[in-house]
Ligand binder design. Structure first.
Ligand code: IP8
Length: 258
């Protein structure tokens, strides 16, 4: 097989939260303005892999069909409908990334429980970066033993981080970090080590198809265990997006193994 000559390293894996680019209270409602704003910020960052979440597209369909990240389902209609919803969201977001000057190139997380699949995906990502495009993927409906399983974007970040070992993974959210009080945006935690993140995750609940903030913190802890710094910051603040992706210290929560 012919493989591109110039595969490249990754400066950051960035997860763009569904809560940022969709209106979570309204099924299938995109926030195109937010997509455009975050796309402009990302176009100024380094060599990225972009992963986006499902928001009011993937989660509303998955939940209505009983699909989740924690078990396999044989609901062919539900799996197809959920993937279609993600496809629609992704198309809108890729258009904005493209309008901002990036060259997004979509790939899928189709076999989330196969190590060989992720090895291949990581190698493809390196080649795509070497070819001058920005690999983009999203929380998806994967195929596993026993049927379909939702694979969240946060889980995808972990699987890629294990193989690509970027200096940092950035979670862009609609709040400025992990909040002690969900009603107070200024109550974000500045820094956690992996055990602290796991302890916090245990006290929180997950209300969506992939476990919400609780699962996000657990994945952040596993990524930090690899020696990769994790930032959870507001995707609405361009200076913080730039600092988080370029190696500065943004406002928000950092999860780091010390
Ligand atoms: O928002 C969810 O991805 P996430 C994807 O990153 C689906 O957890 C299909 C619900």
């Amino acid at each position: 097989m012919g493989v591109p000559m110039s595969s490249a390293s990754v400066d950051a894996i960035v997860k763009v939260g569904g809560s940022l680019i969709t209106r979570k209270s309204e099924p299938m409602s995109a926030d195109v303005e937010a997509m455009s704003e975050v796309s402009r910020a990302l176009s100024r960052a380094g060599r990225l892999v972009v992963v986006h979440g499902g928001g009011s597209f993937g989660h509303s369909v998955a939940l209505s069909r009983g699909l989740s990240s924690s078990g396999a389902s044989r609901d062919a209609e539900g799996a197809s409908a959920t993937r279609l919803a993600m496809h629609e969201l992704s198309t809108l977001f890729l258009r904005e990334l493209s309008a901002a000057g990036l060259r997004p190139f979509l790939i899928h997380a189709s076999r989330p429980d196969s190590a060989e699949f992720w090895d291949g995906a990581a190698s493809l990502v390196r080649d795509l970066l070497g070819l001058g495009v920005t690999p983009v993927t999203h929380g998806d409906v994967g195929v596993t033993r026993g049927g379909f399983r939702i694979v969240g974007g946060d889980e995808i970040c972990l699987r890629l981080a294990e193989r690509l070992r970027p200096p940092r993974v950035v979670f862009l959210m609609d709040v400025p970090g992990v909040l002690r009080d969900p009603r107070d945006p200024s109550s974000y935690v500045e820094e956690l080590d992996p055990d602290g993140a796991r302890a916090m995750a245990a006290g929180l609940s997950g209300a969506d198809a992939t476990g919400g903030i609780s699962a996000k913190l657990s994945f952040a802890a596993s990524i930090a265990d690899l020696g990769v710094d994790v930032y959870l910051v507001s995707g609405r603040s361009t200076p913080d997006v730039l600092k988080a992706t370029a190696g500065g210290r943004p406002r928000g929560t950092m999860v780091r193994d010390r």
